[in-house]
Design a protein around this ligand. Structure first.
Ligand SMILES: Nc1ncnc2c1ncn2[C@@H]1O[C@H](COP(=O)(O)OP(=O)(O)OP(=O)(O)O)[C@@H](O)[C@H]1O
Length: 301
């Protein structure tokens, strides 16, 4: 488990992380989501002792990361896949990790196989790796010590769709065996397919957190009608029942569950073309709204 308690990080007078609190639970994949510059990397750097907190506390498996004697055996970390030594081969990098952590030599080949890097690829220099291969090598370095916790900053960066599916399966398997996974991304869809729990950060502050199911449920219902005048009638009926609606392309997003919306449509004599729980689209809308103040596009408008 990872526990972040009222973490604040200031750079001079600028507050990059502002009283952030959340936990990443054992057996779950927690997605840490936020727009560029929201404070995700800073929070993760504090977690692994690379940056000092101004105030607040982070514990990983109940302790401060800097207290861990052989941290790689407890926490696997991938913060920047391009920070690996470009002149070394993938196998050399993993061998150094294996020796530093005092692991058996067989772990190198086992871990290479686990992340899908071939013998041939492992013998190439990292400067000749694709971004996706660097990510796999970074994940291998994080996994080699068989840790309980994984902390991964933008691990899907550069992975193709098959690579993203591979990573999802790997992280799912890791969590199902009792591991804790925290991964960051500024891409909603990535987090949506991989995470069980989601923490949303904007401008250094937590703006939403909960299980993916809860957050998706709070995204409401999408409803469309073939006849636009029916949509207006439905919107009026819902407003009279104090239900909030937001116009979307050719329809409405309603802050209520589909059953209630279906009943309201029936009472108002409205024929529906589409009625469903708002999924990713709703979550994306929520994410953009929650982080609008911080988004460059929003700020510029
Ligand atoms: N060493 C530093 N000195 C001053 N400001 C910093 C420093 N490191 C980070 N910041 C600022 O803190 C804020 C948060 O940055 P951070 O890298 O944590 O964001 P992020 O959520 O990881 O963004 P991205 O998705 O773009 O990687 C940014 O405004 C950044 O410019």
């Amino acid at each position: 488990m990872i526990s972040v308690e009222s973490l604040t990080k200031q750079y001079g007078s600028f507050t990059a992380v502002d009283h952030v609190s959340f936990t990443a639970a054992t057996g779950r994949v927690t997605g840490f989501l936020g727009p560029n510059g929201a404070g995700k990397s800073t929070t993760m750097r504090v977690m692994v002792g690379l940056t000092r907190a101004t105030s607040g506390r982070v514990t990983v498996t109940g302790r401060d990361y800097r207290e861990l004697v052989n941290p790689g055996l407890e926490v696997g970390v991938l913060l920047d896949a391009s920070a690996q030594h470009a002149g070394r081969t993938g196998r050399e990098i993993l061998t150094i990790a294996q020796q530093t952590m005092g692991l058996s030599r067989t772990r190198v080949a086992e871990t290479l196989a686990r992340v899908g890097l071939t013998e041939d690829e492992a013998g190439r220099r990292v400067r000749d790796y694709s971004l996706g291969m660097r990510q796999r090598l970074g994940i291998a370095t994080a996994l080699i010590g068989d840790p309980e916790v994984l902390i991964l900053d933008e691990p899907a960066n550069g992975l193709d769709p098959a690579g993203i599916r591979w990573m999802r399966d790997l992280l799912r398997g890791f969590a199902d065996q009792g591991g804790t996974v925290l991964l960051s991304s500024h891409l909603l869809h990535e987090i949506e397919v991989i995470a069980d729990d989601i923490v949303v950060i904007g401008q250094g502050r937590i703006v939403a957190q909960g299980s993916k199911a809860e957050l998706l449920a709070s995204a409401g219902t999408l409803v469309r009608t073939s006849d636009p005048s029916h949509l207006d009638r439905l919107a009026r009926a819902l407003h009279e029942a104090s239900v909030v609606t937001t116009p979307i392309d050719g329809g409405l997003r309603v802050d209520a569950d589909p059953e209630l919306v279906g009943e309201a449509a029936h009472r108002a004599g409205v024929v529906l073309r589409e009625l469903r729980a708002a999924d990713g689209a709703g979550l994306e809308e929520m994410f953009l709204q929650l982080t609008a103040e911080t988004a460059r596009e929003g700020a510029a408008a």
